[in-house]
Design a protein around this ligand. Structure first.
Ligand code: HEC
Length: 96
């Protein structure tokens, strides 16, 4: 039993590391959106749109925000749209 537990613990540890490596970019984007997009309004606005618009719509939303005066890095808009379209309604950090 002890051996089994050690294997399970080791496997879970490796899983967490792999997850952290794979998610690095996405969670950075989440944080960047959280900080950048909360300058004018609650991220609740973004949260309400999760699961409701496609990637192209997110690209145009973010571009519109930049024309509203936001300062979201242009080279990250596509990645941010892909990230947002992958979130489900209620997903953090934008819905926290
Ligand atoms: C400079 C101020 C400002 C910043 C920063 C800002 N917004 Fe907005 N946002 C607005 C204004 C003003 C509105 C309402 C008018 C509109 O929809 O264009 C709005 C509305 C919204 C809406 C709801 C309306 C819709 O059509 O979906 C969403 C979603 C949104 N913003 C997302 C974002 C995202 C994502 C970011 C970060 C990339 C962001 N906002 C950053 C000013 C800002």
């Amino acid at each position: 039993m002890k051996v089994m537990k050690a294997i399970v613990t080791a496997a879970m540890g490796a899983g967490v590391i792999l997850l952290a490596m794979g998610m690095g970019t996405a969670s950075d984007l989440g944080q960047e959106l959280d900080e950048n997009c909360s300058a004018c309004h609650l991220t609740k606005y973004i949260c309400q749109k999760l699961d409701k618009q496609d990637e192209a719509a997110w690209v145009s939303t973010i571009k519109r925000m930049n024309s509203n005066g936001a300062d979201f890095p242009v080279d990250k808009i596509d990645a941010a749209a892909a990230y947002l379209v992958g979130l489900k309604a209620g997903d953090g950090p934008l819905c926290d």
